[in-house]
Design a protein around this ligand. Structure first.
Ligand SMILES: [Zn+2]
Length: 172
């Protein structure tokens, strides 16, 4: 889809998928090409049921991804709602998602740096912390095999790289 907004298409599609699945992607796709479109028009173009279109729009609305304006139809006297993407808020959503990921990665890297890990080489068993390994006298709590020190340097390096990437994205 070719977007008229600054948020890149891939990000938009991902958000649409998370919030609304394949139908959500189609709705966001139309909204990225047209402004001020009604539920009825969207239902006609996508062949998604009007009620489902409306449900998706309100889900997007609750996440501040879309906006609407309403006016009164001169002939019928009814309110007509027109919907548009809210590009600034889509970017805000992306930023806050990245910040959440950053906080998770930072607490994970703190945990990795602060702990020593042990493993029994059995692929079905999880890593064990030093504290637990002490209690079991360096035997796996699950299979009872000997525990060996796990070098988590690659994990820490990977996390450092990811954190640097996200920080750079948030700075720009
Ligand atoms: Zn084990």
């Amino acid at each position: 889809m070719s977007s008229i907004y600054t948020v890149n298409d891939e990000t938009l599609v991902n958000i649409a998928r998370v919030l609304g699945g394949e139908d959500g992607i189609r709705i966001i796709g139309i909204l990225s090409e047209r402004k001020n479109i009604t539920v009825e028009e969207m239902a006609e173009i996508t062949e998604i049921q009007i009620n489902d279109v409306r449900k998706l729009l309100y889900r997007f609305y609750n996440h501040s991804l879309v906006t609407n304006r309403r006016f009164r139809d001169k002939e019928t006297g009814w309110f007509i709602f027109q919907w548009s993407l809210q590009p600034a808020l889509v970017e805000a959503y992306v930023t806050s998602t990245k910040q959440k990921i950053l906080r998770k990665l930072e607490s994970r890297i703190e945990y990795e740096i602060a702990h020593e890990f042990y493993h029994c080489h059995n692929p079905e068993c999880p890593n064990t912390t030093f504290e637990v390994a002490m209690e079991t006298v360096f035997h796996c709590p699950k299979c009872n095999e000997m525990l060996h020190r796990v070098d988590n340097t690659p994990v820490i390096e990977f996390l450092e790289k990811k954190i640097a990437e996200i920080k750079e994205e948030l700075d720009t």
